[in-house]
Design a protein around this ligand. Structure first.
Ligand SMILES: C[C@H](CCC(=O)NCCS(=O)(=O)O)[C@H]1CC[C@H]2[C@@H]3[C@H](O)C[C@@H]4C[C@H](O)CC[C@]4(C)[C@H]3C[C@H](O)[C@]12C
Length: 325
């Protein structure tokens, strides 16, 4: 399972938890403007916006999991098993493979409005990158500082939803996830009133009781509610430190601890492999990993963004402990 979040303080921040039981050797990858994106079914993008994010590089191509471009647009792919339905090539349509979707969007567009308009002519086609990397069943959150959308290629076609909570997890489809929030409208950050019975002397014996009923399990629908509640009620200062701390706290509210989610095979568990938070205004990509709670960062603007070769940084994964004596 995974969770993606978009959040704006003074700057706009975009990131995700990547929850999985193994790694595909992902790295922080900067794609400069003149790296040629060669697509399978549409014309190449020889020059485009520069991009930073986490990707697996395969045969020289950045297979992005989540990324941000130099214009402040962010996009992440999250698992969407059994619902994602990629199509045969459609004549007259812009036919994009799922693994090309992030570079195609972030390479070309600056705002969610622009992306939304362009999606009317797009088909996500059922093409694998290679035998080693078959097409993954994904759906996507795309966000700028003022709005987010969710894009799902399902049996009925390409669905684009306004995403007013700025959160995406996994199944079920996004319309059902949003509808599910109706069940939680009574949750509050304030202490509860006794509506149960005036005849009972009920006691507010603890802080936080207004949100009793907020799901705490790690299923995707529960994480959606938990992350949406945390994100919608989140209060953060405007500084970079306060903003990224708050962002990682939001993601931490739905992180997965080793041992809590069996994946079927004995002894294998899903964990939050990394959490990311990219300042889309400055192009700095921050992340933590399961065993490294120290925030690491890569600044895209410290690279030559007019170059034509990928730049990649392996994730810093070991715990960094600041001994004080
Ligand atoms: C599985 C990842 C999403 C995390 C998630 O939701 N996990 C839950 C798994 S489960 O439901 O509980 O089984 C997704 C996010 C990005 C995906 C990767 C990116 O799309 C980049 C390439 C794309 C290639 O087509 C497949 C390999 C791949 C390297 C993908 C592997 C995998 O599907 C990733 C890593």
């Amino acid at each position: 399972m995974c969770t993606g979040v978009s959040y704006t303080t003074r700057d706009h921040y975009f990131g995700r938890n990547l929850d999985l039981e193994f790694s595909y050797h992902e790295e922080v990858v900067v794609t400069p403007r003149n790296f040629p994106f060669r697509f399978r079914r549409v014309d190449p993008l020889e020059t485009h916006h520069a991009i930073i994010g986490i990707a697996t590089i395969a045969d020289g191509f950045p297979l992005y999991y989540d990324a941000v471009n130099e214009r402040g647009l962010g996009m992440a792919g999250l698992n969407f098993p059994d619902n994602a339905d990629y199509k045969p090539e459609a004549p007259g349509s812009t036919n994009i493979a799922s693994f090309e979707f992030i570079p195609w969007v972030l390479g070309r567009f600056e705002t969610v409005d622009e992306v939304e308009a362009a999606l009317a002519g797009v088909t996500i086609v059922d093409v694998s990158f290679s035998d080693a990397f078959p097409a993954s069943p994904l759906h996507w959150i795309i966000a700028d500082r003022s709005r987010s959308i969710t894009v799902e290629s399902v049996r009925e076609g390409l669905r684009v939803y306004d995403n007013p909570v700025g959160v995406l997890t996994n199944n079920p489809t996004f319309d059902i996830q949003l509808f599910g929030l109706n069940n939680y409208m009574h949750l509050s950050t304030y202490p509860p009133e006794n509506h149960f019975s005036p005849e009972l002397p009920l006691d507010r014996y603890s802080r936080g009781m207004g949100a009793i009923g907020l799901p705490g399990d790690l299923s995707s629908s529960s994480r959606f509610v938990k992350a949406a509640f945390t994100r919608m009620n989140s209060v953060a200062g405007e500084s970079e430190s306060e903003s990224i701390s708050q962002f990682f706290q939001i993601l931490g509210s739905v992180a997965q601890q080793r041992g809590c989610v069996h994946v079927g095979e004995e002894g294998k568990f899903e964990i939050t492999i990394y959490s990311s938070c990219c300042n889309t205004d400055t192009g700095v990509y921050y992340y933590t990993t399961y065993e490294n709670s120290q925030v690491s960062g890569v600044d895209m603007h410290r690279e030559d963004l007019d170059a034509d070769a990928l730049v990649h940084y392996p994730l810093v994964t070991g715990q960094q402990i600041n001994m004080q004596n």
